[in-house]
Design a protein around this ligand. Structure first.
Ligand code: PMT
Length: 220
């Protein structure tokens, strides 16, 4: 019997990397496979939530066919879709690894290898989560933090800067955590800076923990 404890809740999940075009052939990307976000979307949908999953380029497939998957490439496109749906959702979980910078100019033609060095000027992408944080009303906003040093401090700063209710911290210093792996090791930090370190688990189990943490909010 399917659990329906999130029935009536509408959830927006982001997953995967973004690709920022350099020219028609090349892009700037990162190592996110989308697995963490897909597992969260499925855990949400399995509990009866209506899920919109916004994904950058990924090979992942939905198991739960009730999930509405909107595919984008760039951070700007992900930004636009997130803002389009934001007013109508109750929860946002941002697991996507969004590029912080994009090429300032996208070359119309394939760039030729004439020079011995080559410089690309980058400009900042919008911060999707921070912009949602500014618009937040009823929404419960969950961010991720992927860190390589001073993890807790950086994650706390992101809670404040992006007006989050909860952050899921993963560190590339932890074996089995982060990109591509079937497992993750996360620490939850809530907006009052309570810290809840978790064991290394499958990403499916981490997704389940995230869903349970969100459910706690609605049960209070
Ligand atoms: O996809 P997998 O291979 O399974 O890997 C999972 C993961 C490592 C990508 C995932 O667990 C994870 O950590 N995702 C967030 C990666 C990240 O970009 O973290 P960050 O600390 O740079 O960003 C903080 C938060 O702001 C994130 O929720 C991010 O989605 C969001 N953000 C960041 C930049 C930006 N321009 N806009 C954003 O909304």
């Amino acid at each position: 019997v399917a659990e329906t404890s999130l029935k009536g809740k509408k959830v927006l999940v982001t997953a995967g990397p973004t690709y920022e075009s350099i020219d028609p052939v090349r892009f700037i990307g990162n190592h996110s496979t989308g697995k963490m976000g897909f597992d969260i979307a499925e855990a949400m949908a399995d509990k009866g939530a209506e899920v919109i999953l916004v994904t950058g380029p990924t090979h992942m497939k939905n198991r739960n066919t009730t999930i509405k998957n909107i595919k984008v490439e760039s951070a700007q496109q992900m930004y636009d879709v997130c803002h389009q749906y934001f007013d109508s959702v109750d929860v946002v979980v941002a697991a996507a690894a969004v590029a912080d910078y994009k090429p300032k100019v996208v070359a119309a033609q394939k760039i030729k290898k004439n020079e011995s060095t080559f410089t690309i000027e980058l400009e900042k992408n919008p911060d999707i989560l921070a912009s949602l944080g500014e618009r937040k009303k009823q929404q419960y906003l969950v961010g991720f933090a992927l860190e390589t040093e001073n993890e807790i401090e950086h994650a706390k700063a992101k809670i404040k800067k992006k007006n989050l209710d909860l952050i899921v911290l993963n560190s590339l210093n932890d074996e089995g955590a982060g990109f591509g792996k079937p497992t993750n090791k996360v620490t939850f930090i809530d907006k009052d800076f309570n810290i809840f370190p978790q064991e290394l688990k499958s990403k499916e189990a981490v997704a389940e923990d995230i869903v349970n943490k969100i459910k706690e909010h609605y049960e209070i």
